[in-house]
Design a protein around this ligand. Structure first.
Ligand SMILES: [Zn+2]
Length: 436
């Protein structure tokens, strides 16, 4: 296809009257519209106001989508143990499938083409199948919880064996659009043997990565320190959970030693500003991380702590939060934030995504600017970070396939999924409430 408009190829490169040409699952050309129209006259052409790389949601919980709004105004550990974990424990396979599909619908319809998805302990197959079906790209993992996990508690060996089964079944599946991340929930809910087992599993397979939460909240950090005598990131480093294949969500509270570990081990941090604000976790030192050369990607976290998966809102929040944190209006300019949501996300996932360039996967979005909010557009990067909303996305291509086009999904009936989601959410909420 030939996709034309103002092309934001990456955080440094804009073609005002540009085009992106895709062939099969690959981008073959990016540049001037007229030149590419002559060079590729037979390609189907679509026109948008802005054409951009698909965004990377580097930390999401698709299977929590049915819990949107169930636990507002709660502190992290209460939010998690009193509301979110009971919800996950109450969900059956069909509900998990619907929740994951709903989450991926929201992502694709708002321009996210790749997710790093923290699933639940059970029914992980349902999310892998849902991702495969709807056409999103993703690094997915079944959650590991073998310590103080209540209803979700698992036997260590059984949890690692189930992860290995899922790796064998889904890592590289759907034309390598879906890959596996070994996914301990966080250090609080995992034994040392489980965490070391996660590292061993990742090392046993090419391109299997590790994704977990870290240092989001003071109570979490204190719990880990009481148990291990170490700061959280020091502990994760001790058990092998740092490195270029590791993505740590949050890292709000780190000390000097921990920041040095993150930099030296080339560990990726995923900033989740909306979640950090809503759960009153704090403000991650993003500027400091970037200045040290640490890769910082961007994530929405889950619907119960955000409450949306809109990546444009998240970019805006990231920029505004950094500015107010440092009382410095020059902090995190639009191009930097856009890089976190695209190229840094690509690095966080191991997929070669996050920029429009020949040879890269054809993950492309098209946006409209036909509203008062979108008029005028002086600088497309500024527009994408500070003014655009997910609803402005009209077209989403993943791996060369148009999976979302003007309100419709290629492979799922959006209205039917939303009806199922409402029905399942009601029954799950009724079940949880009856146990209170
Ligand atoms: Zn999370």
């Amino acid at each position: 296809m030939r996709l034309t408009g103002t092309v934001v190829a990456d955080s440094d490169t804009v073609y005002e009257d540009g085009a992106v040409v895709t062939s099969g699952d690959e981008i073959v050309a990016v540049g001037d519209r007229k030149r590419l129209a002559q060079q590729y006259p037979d390609h189907d052409s679509r026109s948008f106001d802005i054409v951009a790389p698909g965004l990377v949601g580097s930390h999401v919980h698709s299977v929590q989508s049915l819990g949107r709004g169930i636990a507002d105004d709660e502190a992290l550990l209460d939010w998690l143990f009193d509301h979110v974990l009971p919800m996950e424990a109450a969900m059956d396979a069909e509900q998990m499938r619907t929740a994951a599909t709903l989450g991926y619908m929201e992502c694709l319809a708002s321009g996210v083409t790749t997710v790093v998805d923290h699933l639940s302990v059970a029914h992980a197959d349902q999310a892998f199948e849902a991702a495969g079906e709807i056409g999103i790209r993703g690094l997915l993992g079944k959650v590991l919880m073998d310590h103080d996990a209540g209803a979700l508690q698992e036997d260590t060996d059984a949890a690692l064996a189930e992860s290995e089964r899922l790796i064998e079944r889904y890592h590289g599946a759907f034309d390598d659009r879906i890959r596996y991340a070994v996914t301990p929930r966080f250090a609080v809910s995992c034994t040392e043997r489980c965490l070391r087992g996660a590292r061993d599993l990742a090392d046993a397979y090419d391109d299997v990565r590790i994704h977990t939460h870290a240092s989001e909240n003071h109570d979490e950090i204190q719990t880990v320190e009481d148990r291990t005598g170490m700061r959280n990131v020091e502990w994760l480093d001790e058990v092998g959970l740092t490195g270029p294949d590791v993505t740590l969500a949050h890292c709000v509270w780190t000390d000097e030693t921990e920041r040095a570990i993150l930099a030296e081990t080339d560990t990726t941090v995923v900033h989740c500003p909306s979640s950090n604000m809503k759960l009153a976790s704090g403000i991650a030192p993003v500027e400091g991380y970037l200045q040290r050369g640490i890769t910082v990607a961007l994530g929405n976290d889950g619907p119960p702590c955000n409450n949306t998966l809109d990546p444009f809102t998240e970019m805006r929040q990231a920029a505004l939060l950094a500015k107010v944190d440092g009382l410095d209006a020059t902090a995190l300019p639009a191009a930097t934030v856009f890089r976190m949501a695209t190229e840094h996300g690509g690095q966080a996932t191991g997929f070669d995504v996050g920029a429009l360039a020949p040879g890269r996967p054809a993950d492309v979005i098209g946006l409209a600017t036909d509203t008062a909010r979108s008029t005028p557009v002086h600088d497309p990067l500024s527009h994408l970070v500070f003014a655009a909303h997910g609803d402005d996305v009209r077209f989403t291509m993943v791996d060369g396939e148009v999976v979302y086009d003007d309100g419709s999904f290629a492979h799922v009936d959006g209205d039917a999924v939303r009806a199922d989601a409402r029905r399942h959410a009601d029954s799950i909420y009724a079940e949880i409430s009856s146990k209170d």
